[in-house]
Design a protein around this ligand. Structure first.
Ligand code: GLV
Ligand code: GLV
Length: 318
């Protein structure tokens, strides 16, 4: 059986796949396989190891009559046409759980960086703009005992809330359903979205990307936020109306934003959002700790191996 791996991975991670199957692996780590090449290689493939940067759409699936398993090295799978895969009897595996704490760490790092203007401070030094101590020089928003509003209280949301608890923050959340663990362990309060937006000092978006969450935070939502609000997005760029976000940041409707994800990735370095001093932007590195990425790669391999051997995946998208 043939397996296509769309990024270069270390040998010790891919060993079992290589020992069992005919593996074709793209040779680069930080550059995607050209679409044309992927469409060619997929024609006779039984398994596909993919990531958030590949579009696994109708066109690709149509060309892959033998495909049995798609395994993505990510928790999110909005880049995969799940319905079409299901129609064709293709199993889809993903990697929840192992990236929860790393992503919560990065989310909290962005929250602190945006609130306290940390990256801006470094820019000031680099640009030789640090003239003297000033009573209100680079003053930002406090974090300790402020309120945090988490939109999307899944595994990562809960882990962010635990970090917030350490800062004695008041925890509000909005989710499709109540999260008992968050309420009992952390005293988190369930809110309608509107109430969360008006009350929270830090608003953290962690909802998955679906048709219901598409641009769920836009003009009407930014208007409701406090002028001191700090908005963090470590979910998917498509959940936010970026034009409305730009306007809110530029006009002072909100204080700052910390963004790890964008509508178009990689974001163009000339994008208007990146010209704003009150934006802290990162290149989609939520889960990027060394140990977490190794665990994700191993889990994605295991999903693929299991599926090709006719066994249940460790984590299957249902
Ligand atoms: C990364 O964004 C992931 O979904 O794992
Ligand atoms: C993702 O793992 C989530 O449920 O937050």
């Amino acid at each position: 059986m043939k397996v296509v791996i769309t990024r270069h991975l270390p040998n010790d991670v891919t060993k079992e796949l290589v020992d069992n199957f005919d593996v074709v692996m793209w040779g680069k780590e930080n550059e995607p396989i050209p679409r044309k090449q992927l469409l060619e290689e997929i024609k006779d493939a039984d398994g596909l190891f993919t990531n958030v940067a590949d579009q696994i759409d109708y066109e690709l699936l149509e060309r892959a009559p033998k495909l049995k398993v798609i395994s993505t090295m990510a928790v999110g799978y909005d880049n995969i046409d799940i319905n079409e895969a299901r129609n064709r009897g293709i199993m889809v595996g993903h990697t929840p759980g192992v990236l929860t704490e790393a992503t919560a760490d990065l989310t909290f790092a962005l929250l602190m960086a945006a609130g306290r203007r940390i990256v801006e401070g470094m820019d000031v030094i680099r640009q030789n703009e640090w003239n003297s101590w000033g009573p209100f020089f680079l003053t930002g928003q406090g974090i300790y005992r402020k309120s945090i509003g988490i939109i999307g209280m899944g595994r990562i949301g809960l882990s962010v809330a635990r970090r917030a608890k350490g800062f004695q923050m008041d925890i509000l959340y909005h989710n499709r359903s109540h999260n008992k663990e968050a309420e009992e362990e952390l005293n988190a309060t369930y809110c309608e979205l509107e109430e969360l937006l008006t009350k929270a000092d830090y608003i953290v978006l962690l909802a998955p990307s679906t048709k219901d969450t598409y641009k769920m935070i836009g003009k009407a939502e930014f208007v409701k936020m406090k002028q001191t609000a700090v908005f963090i997005n470590t979910s998917r760029g498509t959940n936010v109306d970026e034009e409305a976000l730009y306007h809110a940041l530029q006009s002072g409707e909100i204080f700052a934003a910390g963004l790890d994800v964008f509508d178009q990735e990689p974001i163009d370095s000339e994008h208007p959002l990146l010209k704003l001093r009150n934006v802290t932007a990162l290149p989609h590195i939520g889960s990027a700790s060394i140990e977490t990425r190794i665990e994700m790669a191993r889990l994605a391999c295991e999903n693929l191996l299991n599926g090709l051997k006719g066994q249940p995946l460790v984590h299957e998208v249902k």
